[in-house]
Design a protein around this ligand. Structure first.
Ligand code: F6R
Length: 237
């Protein structure tokens, strides 16, 4: 594991963007695993800036996102597809058809989960997976207590996650209760993993994840046994 302590959120975002951009420059046909949430917004902004300067070309790159809420249409402004389009894809030259987010309105969620795993293997697997860390140690929507061997699946969100995510919705009742998420198994199959964590509030859970016992109670603890994990932190606030 490589652990980089950044000075602040902007520094963390720049360092993460550097790693993602190096990946795309070295392998233009990379498959990037992407995350939503507040943590990666600065990383996406930085990548957009470098794209606008002509430093990165995403035309051959594909992406697969970690998760999507069940029941939200892609054009719902709380869906993760909408988040990715507005925070990243709309501003770079990635082919939208090469960007993938689980379909939260699939009639058959089980079949959708299977399709998503097959898609990832057809693409040749994920070259670099960007991750954020949930306040309870979740990764994607792999909540505490879930099985490590899960591939893409449907989950019921914990009260803690619903509460943490309510800041993005008009009120807590609007937060979807279910999501489709890549499982820990799929995440661990990524060739490289880049975990970004910001804010003092996440310092303890990150310590448990990186140095505590490897346990489904802290899903991110499984990352300890990945053989190419980079963690960038910003704990100034
Ligand atoms: C989002 C995701 C989640 C977030 C985590 C942290 O696609 O998979 O696991 O990474 O909840 O969210 P923020 O960055 O908002 O603190």
């Amino acid at each position: 594991m490589k652990l980089i302590n950044a000075k602040d959120y902007n520094d963390m975002s720049r360092k993460a963007a550097n790693i993602l951009s190096a990946q795309v420059i070295i392998k233009p046909r990379s498959v990037l695993g992407l995350a939503t949430g507040s943590t990666p917004i600065g990383t996406y902004k930085q990548l957009i800036e470098w794209y606008n300067k002509g430093d990165i070309d995403f035309s051959e790159t594909s992406s697969v996102n970690l998760d999507e809420y069940v029941g939200l249409q892609p054009d719902n402004n709380q869906s993760y597809r909408y988040f990715m389009n507005t925070n990243f894809f709309d501003h770079i030259n990635i082919n939208k058809n090469s960007t993938h987010v689980p379909n939260g309105v699939a009639e058959d969620v089980l079949r959708e989960a299977k399709r998503y795993d097959e898609l990832i293997s057809t693409l040749g697997g994920i070259d670099l997976q960007l991750l954020g860390l949930g306040p309870n140690g979740h990764i994607g929507f792999n909540e505490p207590g879930g099985a490590f061997e899960n591939s893409t699946h449907c989950v019921s969100l914990t009260e803690e996650t619903i509460t943490a995510n309510k800041r993005f919705f008009a009120n807590i009742d609007e937060v979807p209760r279910k999501a489709i998420t890549m499982g820990m198994k799929g995440i661990m199959q990524a060739k490289k993993i880049l975990l970004i964590v910001s804010g003092k509030a996440k310092q303890d859970i990150l310590t448990r994840a990186l140095y505590g016992p490897i346990t489904p109670e802290v899903p991110a603890s499984l990352l300890q046994i990945h053989n190419d994990l980079t963690v960038i932190t910003a704990f100034d606030k």
